[in-house]
Design a protein around this ligand. Structure first.
Ligand code: NAD
Length: 353
């Protein structure tokens, strides 16, 4: 099948991407390649050991570790990190971690113009997008700005081997959500579709193997490849109902990011499947089933994904309010949104009916 479209626009940010077990050991060479000599190593407070090991590899070019990253990039955290980055006189940022750490790097790049090298340790895909979400006074706002796009990404499968299986699975479904919604995006293009289909193929093939053996370096590498492919889809084309629902559930009800994506995905794609029509045919081919919602639910069960919002701490009484919030400033969606239908969908996801 050709994904050619007679008319399309595509903006591809410049990024250098390297894959390979152990490629993190080339971080020093990548810092030099950027013409830099004082790297601030960013991590979350819980992953300082990883940051310290990387700093040891980098040697004299590591100016210091800034282990302050938090989920959803709170602005006060960024400001504290900014003071530290200035204090140590950093001339580049090296983020090692998941979407939270990558988010801090992007927020700092926005404020300083410093170049970024990212070593992802989850599948969230933020490193491959010019998108930044920041939280201030309980409100999360998202912007797209080429200044936040990292210049270099080093995908080292050895770094994700320690990712616990439940986080691995949720994070993978988070990445697959970018690809699935990218397939029916209004502004999709042949390249975003190719990335989406290949990203989904990689996860479908390798995620069950990672679940069986989390230390399987080849399967870990394939899932990282999937994460890289799904990330630019999120950066290039508009997301729809699935991402809107997850932003509402995460932003207003404090549900965990990746797990919420994992629970919602079979429901939202089932909801949109008929309206998306043939655009989801590559998914039907990949999973060998016409009913894509059912295919994704079966896959989610196979890999042991969380399946119900109630298990993530969502209160049944809040579902009504969530449906209202989804209807406010809603994203474009292939199937027109009707409040009661959104509520029905949320109720089904709450119990996994
Ligand atoms: P995260 O970075 O908070 O990581 C999730 C958990 O996994 C944390 O507890 C972390 O300590 C742990 N962890 C990470 N790597 C590990 C490893 N190798 N071994 C053991 N434990 C490890 O979460 P995430 O799901 O990667 O990212 C979520 C954040 O990223 C959210 O704030 C979300 O909004 C943002 N995001 C942004 C974009 C974008 O394009 N801007 C895209 C996706 C996600």
């Amino acid at each position: 099948m050709s994904f050619f479209q007679s008319g399309f626009a595509l903006t591809q940010p410049a990024m250098r991407v390297r894959f390979g077990p152990g490629v993190r050991r080339d971080t020093r060479a990548e810092i030099e390649r950027l013409g830099c000599a004082r790297a601030a190593i960013l991590s979350t407070p819980g992953k300082t050991a990883m940051a310290e090991a990387l700093a040891a590899d980098i040697g004299a070019l590591a100016a210091g570790i800034v282990p302050l990253a938090e989920m959803h990039t709170p602005v006060p955290v960024t400001e504290a990190a900014l003071r530290e980055v200035k204090r140590i006189g950093a001339d580049c940022l090296v983020a090692i971690g998941g979407g939270s750490t990558v988010g801090l790097g992007k927020a700092l790049a926005l404020r300083t113009g410093l170049p970024q090298i990212v070593l992802p340790t989850t599948y969230a895909g933020s490193e491959a997008t010019p998108v930044l979400g920041q939280t201030e006074s309980g409100r999360k706002t998202t912007m797209t700005d080429p200044r936040v796009q990292p210049q270099v990404i080093l995908y080292d499968a050895e770094l994700v081997r320690s990712l616990p299986v439940p986080i691995t699975v949720a994070s993978a479904l988070n990445a697959m959500a970018h690809a699935l919604e990218g397939l029916y995006a209004r502004d999709r293009n042949p390249v975003s579709t190719l990335f989406a289909v290949e990203g989904l193929r990689a996860f479908r093939a390798a995620l069950p193997a990672v679940r069986e053996d989390p230390g399987d370096l080849e399967a870990r590498g394939e899932t990282l490849y999937g994460a890289w492919l799904c990330g630019p889809v999120l950066g290039q084309v508009g997301m729809a109902l699935h991402h809107k629902l997850c932003h509402v559930l995460g932003g207003s009800f404090g549900l965990p990011h990746a797990e919420t994506h994992a629970v919602m995905l079979p429901h939202t794609i089932a909801f949109n499947a008929r309206a998306a029509g043939a655009l989801l045919d590559p998914v039907r081919d990949l999973f060998g089933e016409d009913d894509v919602g059912h295919a994704l639910a079966t896959f989610a069960d196979k890999v042991g994904a969380p399946r119900a919002l109630r298990d993530l701490g969502m209160k049944e009484d809040d579902l009504d309010h969530a449906a209202d919030l989804v209807m406010e400033a809603s994203y474009w969606n292939p199937r027109p949104l009707v409040r009661d239908e959104i509520l029905t969908l949320l109720k089904a996801a709450w119990t996994d009916a």
